[in-house]
Design a protein around this ligand. Structure first.
Ligand code: HEM
Length: 103
């Protein structure tokens, strides 16, 4: 049910998208309540056609974390690399490989 209706001709320049609701839809992400770190890895390896899909930086109709098409986030490669770096540092410090401050 539309919440608003245009009564005069209108050209939208930007459109907001309910990404969280979309990604949390069970038809898009089944078994959402289960922590599954290999969810995307398994999708990637399920067929040869999907081998290069479901990457963290990838855009697509079912993955809008970084936007889509011409408005997509140009900083997504930096963002994902940084998140991986932080996770690796945390894991390293957690496994006792470092002493004291991790930064
Ligand atoms: C986890 C981190 C990040 C997330 C989730 C994120 C997500 C997004 C999203 C959803 C958009 C909007 C796309 C749209 O308007 O449809 C966007 C745009 C943009 N992002 Fe990011 N972003 C992140 C990090 C970064 C970083 C690190 C940079 C720069 C180094 C960056 C630079 C930009 C720029 C310049 C735009 C505007 C693109 C345009 O309108 O053409 N973002 N980002």
């Amino acid at each position: 049910m539309p919440q608003r209706q245009a009564v005069v001709p209108l050209t939208l320049k930007r459109v907001a998208f309910a990404n969280r609701q979309h990604q949390n839809d069970p038809s898009v992400t089944p078994n959402l309540e289960v922590f599954d770190p290999l969810r995307c890895y398994r999708k990637r390896h399920s067929t040869t056609e999907l081998k290069s899909k479901f990457q963290a930086v990838q855009l697509g109709p079912d993955v809008n974390t970084f936007g889509y098409r011409s408005q997509a986030c140009p900083g997504r490669y930096v963002a994902v690399a940084e998140i991986k770096f932080i996770m690796a540092r945390l894991r390293r410090s957690d496994s006792g490989e470092t002493k004291g401050d991790i930064c």
